[in-house]
Design a protein around this ligand. Structure first.
Ligand SMILES: Nc1ncnc2c1ncn2[C@@H]1O[C@H](COP(=O)(O)OP(=O)(O)OP(=O)(O)O)[C@@H](O)[C@H]1O
Length: 267
């Protein structure tokens, strides 16, 4: 790379951490959910976020994507500090990130094709035919078929809804994808297939992934690193193999309890 091209590159293209949270304080009234929480997602990393029920995974996700204001600390996404975000920066983040919410969050009155095309309609000025061609491509990428294009969400199975939601999350070719419990509600075979799809897409498209999950199998199948939320903060971020050796009581129970052992053996 020449000096000229280096200086032409936007600063955010050079950052290593696509997500950088420091000293996060999250509260509801006098209840503290996070205190002094730090977490990073490195470029190209597929990171799982685990923690007991009520540990604050969803609140963390909502804070990072801007749905909840933090009570303290700093939250940077794609190099932009959320506290000082301009309208252009917010739009840039929206275009460069994709989110798969737990239930797929599809528009019930739109078909699969229209749902997947909706981010293109909102954020681009492409001709309609091009938008639909791109949406068809994304639908094929997640393993849905042309005969599914014209179905409404109510006509889809849980797994198909997740796939359609994933296709919509990928519509704008994001570099950063948030997944909220992607395998929740799927049977084990469907969950394993969805895990495989996520890992394949992450590798093929070079995605960085922030994934909340309760699913130990997903951690083994997909994640480069796993961040563990306990005691109001991230107590460890490591590979699953490293976490299996952790002394933290919650992590021990999670990985070495009865359900943990089954996933460890299967890996
Ligand atoms: N809008 C809100 N108002 C008040 N309290 C809230 C609100 N949203 C979340 N909380 C509280 O914050 C805590 C963390 O919730 P959160 O949904 O992040 O947990 P979680 O780790 O995602 O749990 P689960 O695994 O069960 O989904 C919970 O005790 C919850 O009651």
């Amino acid at each position: 790379m020449t000096d000229a091209t280096m200086s032409a590159a936007a600063p955010e293209d050079q950052i290593e951490n696509l997500i950088e949270v420091r000293g996060l304080l999250s509260q509801f009234g006098d209840r503290t959910i996070h205190e002094n929480l730090d977490i990073d997602l490195k470029r190209g990393e597929v990171m799982g976020v685990v923690g007991g029920s009520g540990a604050g995974k969803t609140v963390l996700l909502n804070t990072i994507i801007g749905l909840k204001e933090p009570e303290g600390g700093s939250v940077k996404v794609l190099g932009y500090d959320r506290a000082t975000l301009t309208g252009d920066q917010a739009a840039d983040i929206e275009q460069r990130t994709g989110i798969l919410f737990q239930q797929g969050a599809l528009f019930s009155s739109l078909t699969v094709l229209e749902n997947v095309a909706s981010p293109l309609v909102e954020h681009t000025r492409l001709p309609k035919s091009t938008m639909y061609e791109l949406a068809e491509l994304k639908i094929a990428m997640v393993g849905l078929k042309p005969e599914h294009h014209h179905l409404k969400p109510a006509e889809l199975s849980g797994g198909m809804k997740k796939r359609a939601g994933l296709a919509r999350a990928l519509a704008l070719d994001p570099e950063l994808v948030f997944l909220d419990e992607p395998t929740a509600g799927l049977d084990p075979i469907g969950a394993a297939a969805f895990d495989e799809l996520i890992r394949q897409l992450a590798d093929d498209l070079g995605l960085s992934v922030f994934m909340i999950t309760h699913d130990l199998d997903s951690l083994y199948a997909i994640c480069d690193k796993v961040a563990v939320l306990a005691d109001k903060r991230v107590v460890e971020k490591a590979t699953v193999q490293e976490l299996e050796r952790s002394d933290h009581p919650w992590i021990k129970e999670y990985f070495l309890g009865p359900r943990g052992r089954a996933a460890t053996k299967a890996a």
